[in-house]
Design a protein around this ligand. Structure first.
Ligand code: ATP
Ligand code: MG
Length: 410
């Protein structure tokens, strides 16, 4: 991508009302635009990051046997009444049709849609198990949307739902999903900072599990057991004061943000929607469900909260919008020709490259490269002659290489 063709420009300052580091940096670097509190547009660079995260998640979900669908955001009141959540779901956005006076919800989650959907197709034990997921935008009337991408009022979630004949089968799948979640966090670069935590299971299960990423921007407090490499949520700590795995009482308190959540729903949503199957003996039973959520905006925000410095973002290679940032310092003549040639050759070799060919000052180009935060910076200038200066975003040291060597290291 030639940077002079991008319709988005970097900004010296983020909006004054934006408190969070992730949104400040993402707005200044031109990855997102703020429409209003908790609602953001993904701009070209930001959308590339989003899609990289999305593809990592999708690949794992397919590995879990998940079938991808897309459910509507616009949802009928009746479904929410059936589960009792029309009046009990705090952050449900509701509105009334001007013409028919019918009431609707904007989906904050999709148990109320997926359960009746599966009831149309599942009738026998032979139809189970099934795994269905989507990556879709959710709407929640959040009281405090001040954490940038970490807490939106409109945001993308991956939600997977599993359907089983009995709890044993659900438990097995639940354990597989746990491992898959940990692989996702490793792949997007935050594995080292992310803990499986024991959280409240509500009324129908002792524990549920969350995945919490340590960051000062987090809204939760977790208690880490260094022996088990897991953590415990505050509500559990208040009850038992020790690690549920090994009994260790020596726990480290840290601020964290919930990036994922897995839950044994059992029959909570199958019952109200008559989601049943007949077993081998023809006896009718309720389907056992599990659900597995993960926030994509929140993941992107958490990555920025962890990987930045005073100059800007420092993207992990797996989710960076481009792998290299090529800077041409010198708008015309031989330097431009040389830079153009390198740009073309990098593209030919399949390297994702952002080419700063703008007519801008050297300082501006360097500052923007640090702010945007691509993993490798390449500079072509009068000083570098017929060589290219290579620098990693995470390092200070630079080195000069010729074109052949460049293609080898990139
Ligand atoms: P929180 O306690 O942070 O409000 P939650 O328990 O409401 O989260 P779930 O309903 O389990 O979250 O949603 C699944 C996932 O969706 C969460 O793990 C998180 O990654 C993401 N998520 C939830 N709410 C938001 C939000 N307002 N903005 C961005 N992502 C969100
Ligand atoms: Mg919530």
């Amino acid at each position: 991508m030639r940077q002079n063709e991008l319709f988005v420009k970097t900004r010296r300052e983020a909006p004054k009302d934006e408190e969070s580091i992730n949104a400040q940096l993402l707005i200044r670097a031109g990855f997102v635009d703020k429409l209003m509190a908790g609602v953001y547009t993904f701009l070209p660079l930001g959308w590339r990051v989003f899609q990289k995260i999305e593809n990592i998640i999708r690949e794992e979900m397919e590995g879990l046997g998940g079938q991808e669908i897309l459910m509507p955001s616009l949802q009928p009141k009746l479904n929410w009444e059936k589960t009792g959540r029309w009046d009990n779901y705090d952050s449900l956005f509701k509105f009334t049709s001007f013409y028919t006076k019918t009431e609707y919800a904007m989906g904050p989650t999709h148990e109320e849609i997926i359960s009746p959907l599966l009831a149309k197709f599942v009738s026998s034990y032979k139809d189970l198990p099934k795994y269905v997921f989507q990556i879709q935008n959710k709407f929640r009337d959040e009281a405090r949307a001040k954490s940038g991408l970490l807490r939106g009022r409109e945001f993308f979630m991956k939600d997977l739902y599993s359907f089983h004949r009995d709890e044993a089968d659900m438990e097995k799948y639940y354990e597989k999903a746990k491992k898959s979640y940990l692989r996702i966090f490793n792949k997007v670069g935050i594995g080292k900072f992310t803990y499986l935590t024991y959280a409240s299971g509500g009324t129908f299960s002792k524990y549920s599990h969350e995945f919490q990423t340590i960051t000062p921007a987090g809204e939760d407090m977790i208690y880490i057991c260094d022996k088990c490499k897991i953590a415990i949520n505050k509500e559990i700590i208040n009850e038992q004061n020790s690690c549920p795995n090994c009994g260790n009482k020596n726990l480290r308190e840290k601020k964290a943000i919930e990036v994922g959540n897995i839950f044994k729903l059992k029959t909570k949503y199958s019952a109200p929607f008559d989601l049943k199957y007949k077993d081998e003996a023809g006896i009718e039973k309720e389907v056992i469900m599990g659900c597995y959520g993960m926030g994509l905006n929140r993941l992107m925000g958490a990555i920025v909260e962890i990987f930045h410095d005073e100059k800007g973002i420092v993207w992990p290679e797996s989710v960076a919008p481009y792998k290299v940032h090529l800077l041409s310092l010198g708008g015309k003549g031989n330097i431009k020709k040389f830079a153009d040639k390198i740009y073309k050759n990098l593209q030919k070799s399949g390297t994702e490259v952002l080419y700063d060919n703008r007519e801008a000052s050297i300082g501006e180009k360097f500052n923007d490269a640090d702010l945007i935060g691509l993993p490798h910076r390449l500079v072509v200038s009068e000083k570098t002659g017929n060589k290219i200066e290579v620098k990693k975003r995470v390092e200070e040291k630079t080195r000069l290489v010729n074109e052949k060597e460049l293609l080898k290291i990139i």
